[in-house]
Write a protein that binds this ligand. Sequence first.
Ligand SMILES: [Zn+2]
Length: 303
Amino acid sequence: MYICIDLGGTNLRGTWINKSGKSGKVSIVARPKSLEGTKEALFVIIQEIKKDSPESAQKIGVASAGPMDLVGGIYLNPTNMPELKGFNLKNFISEKFGLDLVVENDAQAAALGEIFKGCLSGEKDAIVFTLGTGLGSGVIINEDIWRGRLAAGPELGHLYLGPGRRIRCGCGQTGCAETWLNAEALKDLAARNGIQVENPRELDYYLTKKDAQALKTLSQYGRRLGLYLSQVVSIFGITKIGLGGGLSRLGPYFADSVHNTLIHRLAPRKWLIPEKICFSSDPEMSALWGMCFLMLRRSDARD
Ligand SMILES: [Zn+2]
């Protein structure tokens, strides 16, 4: 049995998952924006999961935003959680719980999770995007995370998607795919169509009423996403695409537009048209499934 945790900017989520894929209830603990507070939150959530678990844990897996030293389990210079810089997570877990730790970048873990238990279950090659506050990506080749020559893997969210969007990306540049496709971008697109929302969740109200401007917003968003995906499949030749993260929920409203754009863009190279574009059935679980998959695989490799 493994304890799987997703340590994010706002909160920590976790559960136990056993070898046959059975999992417990998902615990959620808010993350104070300090190192001591984060340690305390980690301690609390692990205790909670242990209490819920029918057997004792073999390992702990933590998915988190990087950059991290994945072997040493140390936060390097986390962009969204600067207070964790230098935090040795591996030592902390070993001292407090006497257990081994496996860490992975959250977007990569989510990608693995989708081929393990999610919408791409059983696929060997896939690209999975996390559409939310940012744009995370994970490239899976032969059931493994493909990193190229980069410690954390390719950062597909920073591919250039054209001028016209003035918002600066977290990387310091403008025009990154992330700034065109994240939650903020969707909110701005809605505003341009006359719908003011604080959060993309508020679009649900208009969408269920089949509001023309809301539907148009999602169709425009789908066109952007389609253009982006046409570039990504051209790089990797991988035609199984998973979409997770908070915005994937709106998939039914933009799926047709993504599909039509891809067919148009890739008409001369039909073999690149994605065979499958699926939406995560439970985006909150993806990274947790992924951590379990990683730990299972590592213990298999040793046997
Ligand atoms: Zn960027």
